[in-house]
Write a protein that binds this ligand. Structure first.
Ligand code: GLA
Length: 519
């Protein structure tokens, strides 16, 4: 037998034999998430907001082997369910109200059911939106083909079975004024003023139809300025027209990125910072289509204090995660700390957005790398990243390469109990319990009375960490459940403590002992 050892493994082995400890001793990318079984298990949120009389689309996220049969009790008459695919489509009922439905799935291995409430009203994104965005992989190389392949991979990888549903195009789908590249240059608008896609996107309607055909949703991007951040055509002075075009094309999500608007804004007053977002928020409310509105202006003017009021559903609280400098810790930590501080402002329909989940194989802004580079984050850092985002009720958008999804990356992205913390209907963002040089602790109250708790070890060596019940406002005895491993880990009272790996996390959910849960 030929034994092939990677240089990294050999190095680790040598370091180990020399007794070197710490980060160099990180084990390889170890898997914690149990593989879903063949029997059906319906995942996804328990509540879903949609506006009355608008097109409705929801693919029931469900793991388990296919073929599977789906059915639903209590579905409003304006909706229909495809029994094979589990896609619910049609129109949201005309009258505002709550519709409690029982979703069911069965196959030759068993059955699953889940109560799901459709809330027909003014609020979209009752739980944080989930999906994929092309930016950190494709930059100004994004094409129709790349987006279709991402939609295919969202289904074939199983990500959609855990609730990922938006397939979002970022910057660079429009014309780039002055570009000599024949695919990117040209007239940015038609004679009537309507925005044109560049030649890499020959037919936006057919692209969204393709995505919708899979039960997924489509997202698009523009800027209130004359140019986007990558200097493509923006929506300045064409806001209403562009929003209508996006709705006609069939988009379900809009990222509105400040970029060159700085040149237009008369000053940095709150009114100037808010103006373009308020304008677009009002336009979107009047459209005959549900469009989730993502504000991207990097946190200026404490956007978390007013993003909801002007019609936003989520707002970036920081600069770009991909540009954040690593210090002793990788950049996602400092982004996470800043985002965590605004915990009081998150609620259903209104989420703090700390940017994308930048793991897996990621792209390079200036050149194509084939294959793309695997993230340099350690396994423990990736568990920490995903845990932090879930505890912060962050929008969960993966932005690595959908064509190079590996088992480890999927084990980070697709853990149903981790996602359940993020998607909890109470919609609270975790409170910061502790932040020191070595430790960061987050606690998120859940709708069922349990508490999701993350103990993050920021230091370079393994560490015993402890949080007292007094700090968590808990009394009595609790059953701890290890969220990543999806198994109970004992009874706790007085305090929760755990040994946590360097840059790792202990992520648990504490259930009151007298509380019955389905687990
Ligand atoms: C800004 C945004 C990023 C991305 C780029 C596109 O930097 O913050 O998320 O959309 O623009 O140019």
């Amino acid at each position: 037998m030929k034994l092939r050892l990677s240089r990294r493994v050999v190095t680790l082995f040598l370091l180990a034999s020399l007794g070197v400890t710490g980060l160099a001793m990180q084990p390889e990318r170890y898997l914690l998430t149990p593989k879903p079984g063949p029997a059906p298990k319906i995942n996804g949120p328990t509540v879903y907001g949609a506006r009355p009389a608008r097109p409705f689309l929801y693919r029931i996220p469900c793991t388990g082997s296919r073929p599977m049969r789906f059915s639903a009790e209590g579905l409003p008459a304006s909706l229909r369910l495809d029994a094979q695919t589990g896609i619910i489509s049609g129109k949201t009922p005309d009258k505002p109200g709550e519709f409690t439905i029982v979703l069911k799935a069965s196959n030759s291995h068993g059955r699953s059911r889940k109560t799901f409430k459709i809330v027909a009203g003014d609020t979209l994104a009752l739980t944080p939106p989930m999906g994929w965005n092309d930016w950190y992989t494709h930059y100004d190389r994004v094409t129709d083909r790349v987006i279709r392949q991402a939609a295919d991979a969202m289904i074939s990888s199983g990500m959609a079975d855990f609730g990922y549903q938006y397939v979002n195009i970022d910057d660079c789908w429009m014309v780039k004024p002055g570009s000599s590249d024949t695919e990117l240059g040209g007239e940015p608008r038609d004679p009537g003023g309507a925005i044109r896609a560049n030649r890499r996107f020959p037919d936006m309607r057919s692209l969204t139809a393709y995505i919708h055909g899979k039960g997924l949703k489509a997202g698009i991007y523009t800027s209130p300025g004359p140019l986007t951040c990558a200097r493509f055509t923006g929506s300045y002075q064409h806001e209403e027209m562009d929003a209508r075009t996006f709705a006609e094309w069939g988009f379900d999500f809009l990222k509105y990125d400040w970029c060159s608007y700085g040149k237009i804004a008369p000053d940095k007053s709150l009114a100037s910072l808010q103006a373009p977002y308020r304008q677009m928020g009002d336009i979107l409310k009047g459209l005959p289509r549900d469009i989730v509105f993502n504000l991207c202006q990097y946190g200026m003017g404490d956007v978390w204090k007013w993003g909801a009021e002007i019609g936003g559903h989520c707002w970036r609280t920081t600069g770009d995660l991909g540009l954040e400098k690593s210090t002793r810790l990788p950049g996602f930590y400092s982004i996470g700390f800043k985002n965590a501080a605004n915990f009081e402002y998150a609620k259903p329909g209104s989420w703090n957005d700390p940017d994308y989940i930048l793991i897996g194989h990621v792209g390079n802004a200036s050149r194509i790398q084939d294959p793309p580079k695997l993230t340099s984050l350690t396994a423990d850092e990736q568990y920490s990243y995903m845990s932090m985002w879930a505890l912060m009720a962050a929008p969960l958008f993966f932005s690595g390469h959908m064509g190079y999804l590996d088992d480890f990356t999927l084990n980070i992205l697709c853990n149903a109990e981790v996602i359940e913390v993020d998607q909890d209907p109470l919609g609270k963002q975790a409170r910061v319990i502790r932040r020191t040089e070595e430790e960061f602790v987050l606690a998120k109250p859940m709708a069922d009375g349990s508490l999701a708790l993350g103990l993050f070890n920021l230091s370079e060596s393994g560490r015993r960490m402890k949080v007292s019940f007094a700090d968590l406002h808990l009394k009595g005895s609790y059953r701890a459940r290890d969220v990543w491993r999806q198994r109970d880990s004992g009874q706790v009272a007085g305090a929760y403590s755990a040994t946590v790996r360097p840059h790792g996390v202990s992520f648990v959910r504490l259930f009151p002992e007298n509380q019955k849960s389905g687990r």
